[in-house]
Design a protein around this ligand. Structure first.
Ligand code: ATP
Ligand code: MG
Length: 580
């Protein structure tokens, strides 16, 4: 490709609305352009990378035995009504009507469409397992599109779905997909972690997310120093190290103390000179009825003062509204008769759920359910009881891994993939069955497996960049080699040699960009662009170095330049190709 005939859309200044490095570099290197909020055009340079990422994903999916299909982006409402998701999907689902006034949506995911296909095409357990995948556009009307293609509204996903006649068969495919995902992210040169995940509103039980480690990640992931345990913080478990637990001592006399304006854990612990791990934090949340609808009833959640609530875990407790809804100050005042800062478990006449962190506490401090008052030296079974115990705590750095092996660290991650066991959630509502060995109709059981293909490009840049720009791994770089021509208009030898190198590199199978832009583009800009675009290998052909009988070579990401004898430059290309 000749740069003079190619869209090199590099930008020097950092765009002001791009917060994270990958978003900045994708705009600056000319990979994408924004059309509207969450909508991006992939420019030629960006599309080369995206296509290579897609190809790696495709090759590994093909190896796993999955079959590629393409399903429509536009989906009829009837299917979503059958699965029961039409009324529950909320605003992320973009709905519209066609000219016949029929309801449609833009597919945010394809469980309904694939289940409809499979129930019509498959009839016997003998045909299973069946795994289908597509690499295709999804639309989700995200509440807060941000970070460029990382959280876009329109994006490319690889989504796969598997169908089985037994749980064992699903388990087997799930394992294969887990391994396939590890192969994909390894081939893409990413530092990643599979973690146990929440299966969210898609349904089902077993689920893993694949996270690329990066400080800009929106998720927190937790993993053990000495074992394979790794989980999204939303459902991570862990034990508080013993040394942090308060010492056992005799039960002291409980008294009510005036705490004035002190409301927060910090203020109360300072005022009473008691460390926060001897305090109990009481949070009131709304209950829900048997249909999952939030009610006006309140439930108290008890945590040790130095611990935080994990809302995802708490919202899974039957009877608690999901997502968690905290009681307002007014409703607390109305139900308990005191402000939120003075709540405590003593004489509290509502359901109480105690986190494990509070059950061992003795002589603790808690609110007295009375304005400006707390209790000092309260004890379980003396002053109060809790109704039930549950794990509702957010794990902290340094906690003991739930398998007892090692301590937990917390890092930020970008979710690039997610696999689920869906069970019969969709096949039941959409009546997708096959005949089993006895000729009886049985519901198929299902798995689904997603990868954010466009998000991978951004995540890869988060992990591979420096001050000058992107540093692409060789196998997804837009070009392998850039040949920078300097002052070709002044020296015929410069153009002769660079043209010869350009032809030779192509015959060797390299994807090469010849920077033959004319003198309006200065050598400095050509160098800066090659670094910004992250092209792994660079050769510079200039009159000055040719006068010394050499051309210059530089590997992106390395400081050292190498001088190559100009008569050996074609052979040198061979050595680059064979070193990769
Ligand atoms: P997130 O938690 O990031 O919103 P999700 O859990 O809703 O993602 P899934 O339904 O699991 O997403 O989709 C599969 C994959 O698609 C995700 O792992 C992610 O890599 C990608 N993805 C999801 N939403 C977006 C988006 N708005 N923009 C780009 N990629 C996305
Ligand atoms: Mg997900």
């Amino acid at each position: 490709m000749r740069a003079s005939r190619y869209l090199i859309a590099t930008v020097k200044e950092t765009p002001s609305d791009a917060e994270i490095i990958s978003h900045q570099l994708m705009l600056r290197a000319g990979l994408v352009r924004k059309l509207a909020s969450g909508l991006y055009t992939w420019l030629p340079l960006g599309l080369r990378v995206l296509s290579k990422v897609s190809q790696v994903v495709r090759e590994e999916m093909d190896k796993s035995g999955a079959m590629e299909v393409i399903m429509p982006v536009v989906q009829p409402a009837e299917l979503w009504e059958e699965s029961g998701r039409w009324p529950t999907m909320g605003h992320e689902l973009l709905r519209f009507k066609d000219r016949h006034d029929r309801d449609f949506c833009l597919g945010p995911t394809h469980e309904e469409v694939i289940t409809d296909l499979i129930r019509n095409e498959y009839s016997s357990y003998k045909q299973l397992p069946a795994i289908f995948y597509q690499i295709q556009t999804k639309f989700r009307d995200e509440r807060r599109p941000r970070f460029g293609v990382m959280r876009a509204r329109e994006f490319t996903m690889k989504d796969a779905y598997s169908f089985h006649a037994s749980q064992d068969c699903l388990d087997e495919t799930y394992k294969i997909m887990h391994q396939t995902y590890c192969n994909i992210f390894s081939r893409l040169g990413m530092e990643f972690r599979p973690v146990i995940a929440d299966s969210g509103n898609i349904g089902g039980s077993t689920s893993h997310e694949f996270h690329v480690l990066a400080d800009s990640g929106e998720d927190e992931i937790v993993f053990s120093s000495d074992s394979d345990y790794a989980a999204n913080i939303e459902l991570a478990e862990g034990d508080i190290p013993a040394k942090a637990q308060s010492d056992k001592s005799d039960k002291a006399t409980c008294e009510t103390v005036d705490t004035g304006d002190a409301k927060t854990i910090e203020e109360v612990s300072d005022l009473l000179n008691r460390s926060s791990d001897t305090l109990i934090k009481t949070l009131l949340v709304h209950a829900c009825n048997d249909d999952g609808e939030r009610t006006e009833d309140l439930i108290a959640l008890l945590l040790r003062g130095d611990q935080e609530l994990n809302e995802t875990k708490a919202s899974k407790i039957p009877g608690i509204s999901s997502p968690i809804e905290f009681a307002s100050d007014e409703s607390i005042e109305k139900a308990i008769g005191c402000p939120p800062g003075c709540l405590g478990p003593v004489s509290l006449k509502i359901r109480t759920v105690a986190d494990h962190s509070v059950v061992d506490l003795q002589n603790f401090v808690c609110g007295a359910n009375q304005q400006s008052h707390h209790l000092l030296n309260a004890n379980w079974n003396e002053q109060c009881k809790y109704d039930e115990v549950a794990d509702i705590r957010k794990v902290q750095e340094g906690d003991i891994s739930p398998d007892g092996k090692g301590t937990l660290s917390i890092k930020r991650g970008i979710e690039v993939g997610h696999i689920f066991q869906l069970g019969t959630k969709y096949t039941e509502s959409m009546k997708a069955s096959v005949l089993n060995v006895n000729g009886k109709a049985v519901l198929m059981t299902m798995g689904c497996y997603g990868i954010g293909v466009t998000r991978i490009v951004a995540a890869c840049i988060e992990q591979n960049n420096d001050k000058q720009g992107i540093i692409w791994p060789e196998n997804i770089a837009p070009f392998h080699l850039v040949i920078v021509q300097i002052d070709a208009q002044k020296s015929e030898t410069v153009s002769e040699i660079s043209e010869a190198l350009y032809v030779k590199a192509q015959t060797l199978g390299m994807e090469v960009l010849l920077d033959d832009r004319d003198k309006k583009t200065s050598p400095g800009v050509k160098f800066a662009d090659s670094e910004l675009m992250g092209i792994p290998h660079r050769l510079v052909v200039s009159p000055r170095s040719l006068a010394d009988g050499v051309i210059e070579y530089k590997r992106r990401g390395e400081d050292e330049k190498q001088l190559i004898d100009k008569d050996m430059s074609l052979e040198f290309l061979n050595s680059i190709v064979s070193s990769e």
